[in-house]
Design a protein around this ligand. Structure first.
Ligand code: NI
Length: 393
């Protein structure tokens, strides 16, 4: 590994900084929701084609571009979608689309990977990257499982290692968060329907009250976490919605609950699902009602970072910024789908800057990115593309 090459990457990234800021602001002003990233993917494709990348368009809005040949194949991923949030920042680059906003930083991700595309092209031209680099601009990270679509398309079947960066609001600006093992949680959504017997609220003995039964179920669910799951293995069960009844003096027929399960371990997740099922049916039966527990929507696996890649990146990226070890979070990321295909590393890039008032969490209407770090994101991607082929070829 040559530190000269890392120096070249850093100076190239710094010289591209204002261009990356420009892209980021352009994407920020024109946010597009999941699977509607038509403008964004068009801009991305044009830049990549002009640089000489082999561009593959994944319907409707994904872009996978490759450069070089042979092995190893490094996959670098950015997500492109925005959120249905009305922006409350007063900045020149404020969203121009009412009700839509880049409130998770995916505008920055896209811009940083475009910056990296320039640097990587130069490295390939100088024969400093030996294998193939694949740039993945995926749609629909926010609840659309765009990553799974990319994986299922076969466009990344040959990738030996995946890397992704997320700008991170809880880390100080300019720090690089690398953590081995699980970083983000698995996510499942569930629905419970309890069928009781309606009646007068003054004569509960003649009814079967699904609301009281729901309350018992919620309490029992929490005991799965506190009494049945290994306390050294974090798990969350949240009932986030409960619907039953319409007025004060009628016991309803039915109650419906919606909730989520988060873990870092697929075994713990399977255990929780089966226990919630048993508790739901058992409690309902014991209280003269019936109930059905079912998972709804898709399962997102945990995002688990490869230990070897984490060690490798900690060493490699030192010249770019201060390396920190971030806290895990029970939030989920569809980057997880890449981690199930090949060894992967998801890096968090700190953007919190109190002096600039950049203190709001992801998905907040005042979320913003400290743009000073944008060159770093491009440098990290390029350094990984170079470093991986040096180390693992
Ligand atoms: Ni995000």
């Amino acid at each position: 590994m040559s530190s000269d090459v890392i120096d070249i990457i850093i100076s190239e990234a710094k010289s591209l900084h204002s261009k990356i800021v420009e892209w980021r602001r352009d994407f920020h002003m024109h946010p597009e929701l999941k699977y509607e990233e038509f403008r964004t993917s068009e801009v991305v494709s044009e830049v990549l084609s002009s640089l000489g990348y082999d561009v593959f368009r994944l319907e409707p809005t994904g872009v996978v571009a490759s450069l070089g040949s042979g092995s190893p194949v490094v996959g670098l991923r950015a997500d492109m979608d925005a959120l249905p949030i009305q922006e409350e920042n007063d900045v020149p680059y404020k969203s121009r689309v009412p009700g839509k906003m880049h409130a998770c930083g995916h505008d920055a991700h896209t811009a940083m990977l475009l910056g990296a595309a320039h640097i990587i092209k130069k490295l390939h031209d100088r024969n400093l990257i030996k294998g193939k680099t694949k740039l993945i601009f995926q749609p629909a990270e926010e609840g659309g499982l765009g990553a799974r679509k990319v994986v299922e398309s076969g466009a990344v079947n040959d990738v030996n290692a995946f890397f992704g960066i997320h700008v991170w609001a809880s880390l100080p600006s300019g720090t690089i968060g690398i953590r081995e093992g699980p970083l983000l949680a698995s996510a499942d959504a569930f629905q419970v329907i309890i069928k009781g017997r309606g009646g007068h609220a003054a004569q509960p003995n003649q009814a079967v009250d699904p609301i009281v039964i729901a309350a018992d179920m919620i309490n029992a669910y929490q005991k799965v976490v506190s009494r049945e799951v290994n306390p050294l293995k974090p798990a969350v069960i949240t009932v986030a919605s409960i619907k039953a009844g319409t007025t004060f003096n009628v016991i309803p027929e039915e109650a419906e609950m919606l909730g989520t399960i988060r873990t870092f371990d697929e075994g713990v997740r399977d255990f929780i699902v089966s226990r919630l099922q048993e508790l739901t049916e058992g409690i309902a039966r014991s209280m003269r009602a019936s109930a059905r527990f079912q998972l709804v929507g898709d399962h997102i696996p945990p995002t688990a970072n490869d230990e070897g890649l984490a060690d490798f990146a900690r060493e490699l990226l030192k010249p770019i910024g201060r390396i920190v070890r971030p806290e895990r979070t029970m939030g989920a990321e569809d980057f997880a789908f890449y981690t199930t295909k090949a060894p992967s590393l998801f890096i968090l890039l700190g953007i919190r800057n109190e002096k600039k008032g950049i203190i709001y969490p992801h998905h907040h209407p005042k979320f913003d990115v400290d743009e000073d770090v944008l060159w770093m994101g491009a440098a990290i991607h390029a350094a990984l593309a170079y470093g991986y082929t040096e180390r693992y070829r």
